[in-house]
Design a protein around this ligand. Structure first.
Ligand code: NAD
Ligand code: UD1
Length: 341
């Protein structure tokens, strides 16, 4: 069984390839390497013993997509490929709409031509906007706070409309909360380019000495300690959630929506302390102004995924911080360019 994994050399896609291989499913990766490196393929092979088929190219390239569907017996698609930096999206909205929305439409068009109707989409907790209440359920109101968030919301709506009129589609929307951590081997992890936007890679880069000090964006939120609260989830739990979603929903036409989170809210300060526990290092930090667009609290009610997919996050906060630190120590500069075999 082969699944096309767009964005499969990226952070979540690469870990999902490991989980697919472990489940006996063969990933075929399509990635334009705009935010990932070819070296990831060597690592997937080293960890799993299997080197995925790889097409270097773009989801907006309809001719390439048609060729992939002709060359490979693709049973379905897991669609990770997207631009994902919220701040950047406010500066470059056209690029975000073009890459994420036009790209997804091109991909869906190629799937229809190929008669392939099983689709899993990387959505995000960002589609809940600024939540009125937590925990968030799949039927909580949706809103968007940035062009990036709008791409996720609009793609969800497009997929819902398509599924409604064409019952051949099995569409699964997976709403990720905050993925962190790395494969326990330390060989694969998150490798952001430039200054990290997200909390965990920033913390690990301070710990390894690449950055001086963590800026904590605000301590005057109405939360347990004044810093923002999020639902951090281990990337391997998230990866395994995709396999379960494929196994359970792939066969069932319809629209399937799941939160993938732990259900636990962790504050920024709690995360800093958890990381200190895992690494034995104190993290230098200072409190600075709030970051525009941040919401105070966001965590999942993940019970629907447990009930219907039989999936539950099992890795703890200490597993997440330990594995992030292990990856960062073994790869202080992330994935370096490696000889390609
Ligand atoms: P990532 O940037 O590491 O991976 C995305 C991959 O897609 C990269 O390898 C990039 O090169 C590729 N790509 C981008 N545009 C492409 C295009 N037009 N054609 C082909 N390849 C393209 O990001 P990630 O953290 O692994 O996120 C994966 C997905 O999950 C994204 O859709 C993202 O929006 C979504 N998501 C991520 C998070 C998170 O915190 N990381 C949270 C919620 C949702
Ligand atoms: C961010 C995006 C969200 C996206 C998610 C996953 C914003 C506003 N939201 O979520 O749309 O789905 O990433 O990609 O960018 N923090 C610091 N210092 C830092 C970095 C972060 O204090 O250097 C704080 C933030 O204020 C936040 C928490 O840490 O309270 C988590 O931040 P981050 O990892 O960026 O994730 P989100 O903001 O939840």
């Amino acid at each position: 069984m082969k699944i096309l994994v767009t964005g499969g050399t990226g952070y979540i896609g690469s870990h999902t390839c490991l989980a697919l291989i472990a489940a006996g499913i063969e990933p075929v990766i399509l990635d334009n390497l705009s935010n990932s490196k070819l070296a990831v393929l060597n690592r997937i092979e080293a960890v799993s013993g299997q080197r995925p088929l790889f097409y270097q190219g773009d989801i907006r390239d309809a001719a390439l997509l048609d060729r992939i569907f002709q060359e490979q017996p693709i049973a379905g698609v897991i669609h990770f490929a997207a631009l994902k930096a919220v701040g950047e999206s406010t500066q470059k909205p056209f690029e975000y709409f073009e890459n994420n929305i036009a790209g997804t439409l091109t991909l869906l068009g190629a799937m229809r031509r190929a008669g392939c109707f099983r689709f899993i989409f990387s959505s995000s907790a960002t589609v809940y906007g600024d939540p009125k209440t937590v925990p968030l359920r799949e039927d909580s109101p949706r809103a968007s706070l940035s062009p990036y968030g709008r791409t996720k919301l609009m793609i969800e709506q497009m997929l819902e409309d398509m599924q409604q009129v064409d019952p051949r589609w099995s569409i699964t929307l997976l709403r990720y909360f905050n993925p962190i951590g790395a494969h326990a081997s330390g060989q694969m992890g998150e490798d952001p380019q430039g200054i990290p936007n997200n909390l965990m890679p920033y913390i690990t880069q301070v710990a390894i000495g690449r950055r001086d000090c963590l800026n904590i964006f605000g301590n005057d939120y109405p939360t347990k300690d004044g810093t923002c609260v999020r639902d951090y989830i281990h990337v391997m739990d998230l990866a395994e959630g995709h396999v379960k979603a494929w196994q359970v929903c792939g066969e069932q036409a319809g629209l399937h929506i799941y939160n993938l989170g732990t259900g636990q809210g962790v504050s920024v300060l709690e995360m800093v302390h958890a990381f200190a526990r895992a690494s034995g290092l104190e993290i230098n930090y200072k409190i600075v102004a709030r970051r525009p667009g941040d919401v105070a609290e966001c965590w999942a009610d993940p019970s629907k995924a447990q009930r219907e997919l039989g999936w539950k996050a099992t890795r703890t906060l200490d597993d997440m911080t330990r594995d992030s630190w292990c990856w960062q120590q073994a790869n202080p500069n992330g994935y370096e360019e490696e000889a390609h075999v």
